[in-house]
Ligand binder design. Sequence first.
Ligand code: 16G
Ligand code: MG
Length: 548
Amino acid sequence: MPPSSLRVVYAFAREMHPKTTDVFIQYGTAGFRTKASLLEHVVYRMGLLAVIRSRVKNGRTIGMMITASHNLEPDNGVKLIDPHGEMLEQSWEELATRLANVSDNDLESTTEQIIKEVNADMGLKASVFIGMDTRYTSPRLAAAAVHGVMALKGTPKEFGIVTTPILHYCVRCRNDNSYGKPTEEGYYEKIVGAFKNIRQKLSVTGNYNTILYVDGANGVGGKKLNIIKKGLDGELDLVLHNLGGNGGKLNLNCGADYVKVSQKPATGFEAPPLQRVASLDGDGDRLVYYYLDQNENMKLLDGDRIATLLASYITELLAASGALGLRLGLVQTAYANGASTKYITQKLKIPVTCVKTGVKHLHHAALSYDVGVYFEANGHGTVVYSDAAKRAVREAADTGDVEQRKSAELLLDLIDMTNETVGDAISDLFLVETVLCARGLDARDWLAQYTDLPCRQLKVTVQDRNVISTADAERKCTAPEGLQSRIDELVDKYTDGRAFVRPSGTEDVVRVYAEADTQQAADKLAAEVAQAVFDLAGGAGERPVLPE
Ligand code: 16G
Ligand code: MG
């Protein structure tokens, strides 16, 4: 395409989506995320970048998801999805940031420069799938995305309101039709179909019951479960709440992030004591469970619990199916509760890798196992299976003895039920319900598998959070000087003490995590470490205080 046709890039920008702010914006851990009112030009420009990316990938489909996940209603965001359904390749994040921040006048030349840099053949076809969450600002931003795609003569396809993982799934299927059909219905057929298959093979035993309360965060995930619920034929009795009606506001005092961070049950409904509740986040890619005990204390079953539950069941099925020689491993971050890591390595005897925060890091590390189970404590995660693993399980299902076949067939259903492209609250929910049912567990039994160490998270505001550098998967802090040795001294005073600090990738703060043998000790350690950050890393505003 001759450069002159890039005029339309400028024309669309100036007429429809002008840049009206000079606030610098960065493609972070999960794309761009900020006030929706500052995003229209950014989303338009990501439409341009998605087309360039599609052409660099020989015309394969790229995804664009408009969402700000667990943030409150006034925010929004955009992230790009690569052809395999995974997050945008990290080396392109800098291009995204550059394109988002140039002035309208420089947009045409910067676009041209990027096309040259990445060596895109602009004569190729380009295809971009666009999805959005339920925010009232999303349709307008999705329209900007469509214009960006059109400005570079790509073909946009709009999916309307979908969960983030549904869009990831559709992108993957479009580029690899052996994975499934690239539609929302195709997703239900495969994932929910596999759940129904497996439930016919398992009988409801032990303490398991089929009732599940759901906190939909007033977002898209609950809405999709409402569609799924109608076809479940009683295999699971979903009691859905926080679906966005009755004045419920997106992510406000509900949803996975609220439940995990505040350690409180979602508002908007009450579940009976001991009844398990699944809590989704605003775009349906995170899941945590909880229940209230008889004294109304909330018991949280977070991403670490989901990971251990799934990993132990898959390990057992692999062994029973005779599909030997496959390496199963679990990937966590520094936020994983120390008790979970101990349980996994010592009791389950499963290898654990620890990586930096952010789904892309976990996903990448999980791919190095034949079966890689990855979860952040906050509920982001899934399972990935290598081609060799899938082949071995299929072979076991064809050639094993009767018992081996049974286990292999259960595994094949589990694989089909898994959205391997990215953490997916809906798919994860069905996986968890399958394992609880197979093992006859209720929420209390699940919690009893190990005892979490009490922990505390705090935020510290500093003048520049980038003065903090970390190493060893964020478990050690290499700058500013003296901070790590101070943390070591503090941690040493506590039984089972552990603490680390890291600059947030999504907020202008430094995050502090601490755990210890009692809640009081964890709170105190966290506050002491927060003070050390404040003192040694240029604290701003109020100094953190120690608990009474
Ligand atoms: C983003 C990440 C999430 C991570 C969180 C950390 C994705 C899709 N999301 O939400 O994995 O846990 O950031 O936030 O990668 P923080 O850097 O502010 O602590
Ligand atoms: Mg999310």
